[in-house]
Every structure is written in C-alpha cells, then in structure tokens.
Design a protein around this ligand. Structure first.
Ligand code: 0X9
Ligand code: CA
Ligand code: CA
Ligand code: CA
Ligand code: ZN
Length: 317
C-alpha cells in the first residue's frame, strides 16, 4: 500500500470504494461500470455523470482519463475530485448543475491499475511507469495513430517509453480504444473533448505530439488556434504553462494524437503539480486538495466549451 505518511492517496481498492459510494449516493446522476479489464484482470472502472444517467441522451460527451502512468498518483485524485464535485454539487451549484444537465461526463480513474498497485506493493515507491504486461509497455506510446513513427517512443523492451510490439498491444489501450469507438453512434463520435491527466510539470498540452509542426494532416490552422486559445484560457485559471505537446518533447502513439487524429476529439494533456522539485511524482498527500482544487476552474471552462470547442475562437460546429 501507500506509505503511512501518504495514506490519503487512494489505492485501487479505495478508488473503487469511493466510486461505488458516489454512484450509490447519487443514483439518478451517477452510474458505475467498467470498460473491461487490465492485463492482470482488474476492472478499468468507468463512471458516467449526467441527468437521466441511465439514458444515452443527445448531449455532448466528455471524457477524463487518469493514471495511464502508474506512479502519477495525484491523477486518480483529480478524477475522483471531478466525480465528487459534479455529483455533490448537483442541485446547489448552478454551474455544476448546468453541466451535469447538458453533458454526459465519462471518468476513467485509472487506466493502469496493475502498474499503480505494483508501484506501491512493497510500501515504498518503485517509480514504475508502464503497465505490467511482460517488460511493461508505456500505454501513452501504444495508441494507433502514427504509432512509433517519429522517434517519440522506444522499441527497446527495457525503455521507460517502450511502445509495445504493435499498436494497441496492451489490453488497457485496447479497452480505451474500444470504449471510444463504441461512442460512435449513427456515424457520429459522441465524445467531443477529453483531458488525459498526468504529472508532473504544470503544463497544458495539445496535439500533435509526433511532429514539431503546429499544423499537420488533420490539424489545420483554425483547429490549432482553437486548441491553443482554450489551452491558454484554461492555463489562465491554474497558472500552468500552455503549449503544443511536442514543445515538451516528441511523443508518438499517445492517446491525444489518436483521439484527435482518428476521432477529432479535442484532446488535452494536463501535467499536474509540481512544476519541478516538490516531490516529483510523489508529492506528499498534504497537497492533494490544494493541487486538485487548483484545476476546478479549468475543468469548468473545459466542460463549458465541450459542446463546441471552436466557439472559443468564434467558430461554429
Ligand atoms: O511523456 C508522456 O507521456 C507525458 N509526460 S509524462 O511525464 N507524464 O510521462 C506527456 C505526453 C504528452 N504528449 C502528447 N500529448 N502527445
Ligand atoms: Ca502526509
Ligand atoms: Ca443526460
Ligand atoms: Ca449520448
Ligand atoms: Zn504521465
């Protein structure tokens, strides 16, 4: 488990208990299921939040994914905070109520439960990043859009950015792919926007990761301007640094590039606290509330534009 000094972090069982409590306490707006299982057979839990939650309504759908990387333990706390806020605040907070009534919010609190449980299994952190399939695959290099194209991942099994033997070789990325593909209804992708939560560096990143070019096939100048403008506006609320993903370093096979390149889902990565120092991947549990609440306004802004991100630059959908 987590070291006693970090006991406020939720391990996998505690995440599930919290999700079950949220669904049980708010049955009309929260429903818990899963998108299938990890390599070791753990359920990848999926919480849906919306009014008339049992119905698939014609409302913009939004996806939040957390903990693709095992050691980034602040990220499931972020997904749990969103889940708690958008259920507990329903009926009392006007902005929250409006979003729950007009969106369908999907939350996957841990894409990599095998890796995260392995990271804490001995009671001292192992700095584990990948999944637990063989030598471990970096899930955020295993998605099938320009997979392995551009030097932004490794073909060496021992590397921290091992891309796997083929695109979607990891059960966990297959589960995300199949869920996202399942949200194409009548030929239209229902999920309009997405945030993938990571740590650390305090950044807001947008596609593409595989090229330094601001625009590329499937990403034109207006789309880049919409990504950048909303990214900058969100950064104005949390003091993160907004930039194109490749301004950090080249990555290929990421979830963002696949969601945008294949599905045209407005997909961001948030790299949470710390900017540097601050415990790196292992900030003390005393910062959880401060550093997750820091993103409340960005999440609210993101949800408010999720019906039509180009609206942020005066565009239409
Ligand atoms: O390298 C990564 O996967 C992410 N950084 S981390 O330190 N959390 O590992 C950044 C991914 C950003 N890439 C794209 N959005 N394309
Ligand atoms: Ca502590
Ligand atoms: Ca609804
Ligand atoms: Ca729907
Ligand atoms: Zn990460």
């Amino acid at each position: 488990d987590f070291p006693p000094a970090d006991s406020m972090y939720h391990n996998y069982a505690e995440q599930n208990a919290e999700l079950q409590k949220i669904a049980a306490d708010h049955p009309s707006i929260a429903r818990l299921s899963n998108i299938g299982t990890s390599f070791q057979g753990r359920n990848l839990m999926l919480l849906k939040i919306s009014d008339n939650v049992a119905s698939d309504e014609s409302e913009p759908e939004v996806l939040f994914t957390c903990q693709q990387h095992a050691r980034e333990h602040l990220t499931p706390e972020m997904c749990l905070r969103i889940a708690n806020r958008y259920t507990d605040g329903y009926g009392s907070d006007t902005a929250i109520t409006n979003m729950v009534n007009s969106r369908e919010i999907w939350i996957v609190t841990s894409v990599n439960p095998d890796g995260s449980e392995y990271d804490i299994a001995t009671g001292s952190y192992r700095s584990w990043r990948k999944n637990r399939q063989g030598p471990g695959t970096d899930l955020n290099r295993n998605f099938g859009y320009n997979w392995g194209c551009c030097g932004g991942s490794s073909g060496s099994t021992g590397s921290e950015t091992y891309r796997g033997p083929s695109a979607f070789s990891a059960p966990e990325t297959q589960r995300v792919r199949d869920f996202v593909n399942s949200r194409v209804v009548g030929g239209v992708q229902q999920i309009k926007s997405h945030i993938d939560w990571h740590t650390y560096s305090e950044l807001i990143l947008w596609p593409y990761g595989y090229t330094y070019n601001n625009t590329a096939p499937g990403l034109d100048a207006n789309q880049e301007r919409a990504f950048r403008t909303l990214g900058q506006q969100m950064a104005g609320t949390n003091n993160y640094t907004p930039q194109q993903s490749s301004d950090l370093y080249i990555t290929d096979g990421t979830i963002n590039d696949w969601l945008w390149g294949v599905h045209k889902i407005w997909s961001y990565t948030f790299e949470m606290y710390p900017r540097s120092g601050g415990g790196g991947f292992y900030p003390p549990d005393e910062v959880i509330t401060r550093e997750t609440s820091r993103n409340d306004a960005a999440v609210a802004l993101f949800l408010s534009y999720s019906d039509c991100v180009p609206r942020v630059i005066g565009g239409t959908c």
